[in-house]
Write a protein that binds this ligand. Structure first.
Ligand code: NDP
Length: 328
């Protein structure tokens, strides 16, 4: 029986409920592969599951969804993948904070040799989210003026760089000067430090009162009202996360006042087919190769110390992405 160490959650709660323990893995069944993990992406989904914001998997569970590794075994009858392949994934229902892990082969994405493992672990969930938000949920084009909240965050950094390359005027919000400097480097034409400046007033000033084509809002409770206020008539509010808590229900009349659109997308619904998944991943890898995306791996922790990562993420102490490296 193959055994591996993993972070396990036996009860819902804060980072203190994360335990580092041995798990029996077994062999992959039909349609599955097993990989030795080399790098793991840290995402807010860990926080949401562990705290019960999203319905959590059955207890005990291994947190998060995103990692990269080398295939160590393939299930019976599987074609199109072999031991030794380097693959990444963004949607493993069995979790990702593990030295070795089983996953459905259908979620495994081949990683090009030019992309290092820490980078790949940062752009599966976060990078494909940026692709889906900018190219499919709302198609950003040259001439659009857009707002990205948490512009120095994992998803935010990628959104700003990509939107800039698409020709949009990009406005980002951040909490402090250090994050503002990063957001500017990532292509934000205007950065609003929301702890010092009024977001709605600044957006009015920047757009000469016209408002925005789209707001990408991952912060939720603290920001959605301002996001709506900042939109131009027929603008889009793309609410894709709730780092500050779930937004309150939005009355239809709030949309009617400017004929607004509201959507609440999830990556998994936009990468539900194998073709969609590979297209999204392909766009991300291509934009790393052509220099549009610079992947900022700003924080690296040992897997055994994984509890530090979500604590820092929730505490707004991080920028760019956080990666866990399995202990040797
Ligand atoms: P980030 O790196 O963006 O971290 C969160 C950032 O949000 C903080 O650094 C902070 O930036 C800002 N923030 C503002 N208010 C709060 C608050 N009260 N608590 C914590 N953070 C706050 O995280 P990720 O890049 O991992 O994820 C960004 C968002 O994208 C998350 O909401 C996540 O759920 C969502 N997401 C959604 C997906 C989907 O399919 N819908 C897929 C992937 C991610 P600052 O200091 O500048 O305020």
């Amino acid at each position: 029986m193959v055994k591996a160490k993993a972070i396990r959650v036996h009860e819902l709660g804060g980072p203190e409920v994360m335990r580092w323990e041995e798990v029996e893995l077994g062999d992959p069944k039909e349609g599955e592969i097993r990989i030795r993990t080399t790098a793991i992406g840290v995402n807010f989904i860990d926080v949401y599951f562990r705290k019960g914001v999203y319905a959590a998997p059955a207890l005990p569970f291994t947190p998060d969804r995103e990692a990269v590794g080398v295939v160590t075994a393939v299930g019976p009858g599987l074609t199109g993948g072999k031991v030794g392949d380097v693959v990444a994934y963004a949607g493993n229902p069995m979790g990702s904070y593990a030295q070795e892990q089983i996953l459905p082969a259908s979620v495994a994405i081949p990683v090009p040799p030019s992309v290092d493992h820490k980078q790949a672990a940062s752009v599966m969930l976060k990078g494909m989210t940026a692709h889906v938000l900018l190219r499919r949920v709302f198609k950003v084009e040259s001439g659009h003026t857009i707002l990205v909240h948490a512009a120095a965050g994992g998803v935010g950094s990628l959104l700003c760089q990509w939107a800039n390359a698409l020709g949009a005027t990009v406005i980002g919000t951040v909490s402090n000067e250090e994050k503002a400097a990063q957001a500017s480097q990532d292509g934000c034409h205007h950065v609003i430090i929301y702890t010092k400046e009024d977001v709605v007033a600044r957006v009015k000033e920047i757009t000469s009162g016209k408002g925005l084509n789209v707001v990408y809002d991952s912060v939720g409770k603290d920001t959605y009202k301002a996001s709506i206020e900042c939109l131009a008539p027929r603008g889009f509010l793309v609410s894709f996360g709730q780092s500050s808590g779930k937004p309150d229900p939005i009355p239809m009349s709030d949309l009617a006042s400017k004929s607004l659109f509201l959507t609440r997308p999830s990556l998994m619904h936009y990468t539900a087919t194998r073709d969609e998944l590979l297209e999204s991943a392909g766009e991300v890898f291509a934009n790393i190769a052509n220099g549009v995306l610079r992947v900022r791996v700003n924080h690296t922790y040992l897997l055994s110390e994984a509890a530090r990562a979500p604590a820092d993420l929730e505490g707004r102490k991080t920028s760019g992405s956080i990666v866990l490296i399995p202990d040797t």
